[in-house]
Design a protein around this ligand. Structure first.
Ligand code: SF4
Length: 512
């Protein structure tokens, strides 16, 4: 057996080491109920919003479809809330957590306000390490540059680790159009690729799928038993199907979590080690890097590494934090530094700090709207609270509904490891979109009517009294009918016997 095979199949070194998958006599499952038998009629997976062109995405409609699939909605909500709770436990174990957040925020703000200098420093150091450096203004240029590099090497297949930037660039579709096969190496991303869907979460791309959905996808694409949804069986089948493709690939691609200016190093964090395969198995490695990923010094990395995985998955550290400082022996390494709207966002007074984002997904895990509507309902590359800020910077009309998919409860801001004022920026987008006439007429009229009512105390009190009366006396169907979208999933609470205002008037004589 060759050394290369042992590197790729480490379990072969200890074939009888049951501790690798056993704990306390139990098999260690990665998903709850991982080996329970398949239900006779699994619930179908609800599909997300897919909109071509600039027509506004109807997030509420796609969310309603997700809510109408109760098993999916319950599983999604519970899985993400579990991540949020794990994150909280990790946070409470670090006394200096708030100082780390402040430090991370300050490092990012300093870097973003000196971005030109640090990008040039990164470029110079990467070049002196033997890396080829390219600059891409937008998605099309990124795809064109990567295609050019692959063509120069006669590459026909590319293995790739997860990268939200390449999703932004529509990279897989572009590669398909020029006849180059792309194989995702992250398991969740590979599931999404085989199902012809975008990732629904920045860290866990297939989190909206039940294991029965995965069984169905694999049965159709790699020929597994459709009646077997055991996660070990499915993961192993995918591994068997993908490994030969990895070994035979002509080129490898990674994203980048942090690009260190002082060393010219590309740092990639994964839990599956798939970035290491993508970078090290083929001789050609290409890394796509959003220009906001720069950090000045290696010592700054420690701050972000401590925050990233704890915020994302509630685990102390990612399994692999790999530093790529130059091409592998006998190989070639390229980095593509991509702008794609980032410089423009940097100039937006109210939204530039969204560039601090390290894509941990914590704001998504905590958001009540995201947890119950699924990431694909947003119909955009980025979903959840951070998506509501980033997506309109790409296309204001298309994503004009998204900033309204939030309760503005501020939980996203509280968990953000780099202290982005997320809910305030979402609120700011609502104002900007209204000013630019990108808000639907009906929504605008409703908001105007609500504004009028709330600014007239007497009219407001009369409306509340009328609503209380209606709730107490009208037949149920008058209130809960097809026209009342709000009441479809909620019960209006019983009206109190007395409003606070009348109590205050009676007991305090109306004085403040
Ligand atoms: S906005 Fe903050 S919490 Fe949300 S993904 Fe980015 S870094 Fe994480």
């Amino acid at each position: 057996m060759s050394e290369r095979h042992l590197m790729l199949y480490p379990e072969l070194l200890a074939p009888f080491d049951t501790h690798a998958i056993m704990r306390d006599g139990q098999r260690l499952d990665h998903a709850e109920g991982a080996s329970k038998p398949l239900r006779s009629r699994p619930e179908s997976q609800p599909r997300g919003a897919k909109v071509h062109g600039s027509r506004p995405v109807d997030q509420a409609e796609a969310a309603a479809r997700f809510l109408a699939a109760p098993e999916h909605e319950k599983m999604h909500d519970e899985r993400l809330w579990d991540l949020r709770q794990k994150r909280d436990r990790e946070m409470h174990g670090i006394a200096e957590w708030e100082e780390l957040r402040s430090l991370a925020s300050a490092i990012k703000e300093h870097t973003l306000t000196h971005l030109d200098q640090y990008l040039e420093q990164f470029e110079a150091n990467a070049r002196s390490n033997g890396i080829h450096v390219h600059w891409a203004r937008d998605a099309a240029e990124h795809n064109h540059i990567v295609h050019g590099i692959l063509s120069d090497h006669g590459a026909k297949s590319l293995i790739k680790s997860k990268s939200m930037l390449t999703e932004e660039c529509g990279f897989r579709a572009y590669m398909a159009s020029v006849g180059i096969e792309v194989i995702e190496t992250d398991l969740g991303e590979r599931i999404q690729q085989l199902d012809n869907e975008d990732p629904s979460h920045v860290v866990v791309p297939a989190v909206h799928k039940l294991r029965t959905d995965v069984a169905e996808v694999f049965a159709k694409t790699i020929g597994t038993d459709p009646a077997n949804s055991d996660v070990h069986y499915l993961a192993e089948a995918q591994r068997e199907a993908t490994r030969p493709l990895i070994l035979a690939a002509d080129a490898g691609m990674t994203g980048c979590n942090f690009a260190v200016a002082e060393t010219g190093t590309v740092v990639v964090c994964t839990n599956e080690g798939n970035a290491d395969l993508s970078a090290n198995v083929p001789k050609l490695h290409i890394a796509s890097i959003g220009i906001e990923k720069i950090i000045p010094r290696l010592e700054h990395l420690a701050v972000f590494v401590r925050l990233l995985s704890r915020s994302a998955l509630g685990s102390p550290v990612t399994q692999y934090t790999s530093h790529f400082r130059g091409p592998r022996e006998g190989g070639e390494m390229h980095v593509v530094l991509v702008d794609n709207g980032r410089s423009e966002r940097l100039g937006m007074e109210e939204f530039w700090t969204s560039l601090k984002c390290i894509r941990c997904g914590a704001c998504m895990n905590t958001c009540p709207v995201y947890r119950r509507s699924g990431g694909l309902s947003y119909g955009a590359t980025y979903s959840g609270p951070i998506g509501l800020i980033i997506d309109p910077t790409f296309n204001q009309r298309k994503y004009s509904n998204l900033p309204f998919a939030s309760t503005l409860n501020g939980s996203c801001t509280n968990v953000c490891p780099v202290k982005i004022n997320i809910h305030e920026q979402i609120y700011a987008w609502r104002r900007v979109l209204a000013e630019r006439h990108e808000v639907a007429f009906a929504k605008k009229a409703e908001m105007k009517a609500a504004g009028e009512l709330l600014s007239r105390p007497a009219a407001y009190r009369a409306a509340i009294a009328a609503a209380d009366m209606a709730l107490a006396h009208l037949p149920r169907w008058v209130i809960y009918n097809g026209l009342n979208a709000w009441g479809r999933h909620r019960e209006v609470p019983h009206p109190p016997k007395q409003t606070f205002h009348s109590w205050h008037h009676a007991n305090r004589g109306g004085k403040q």
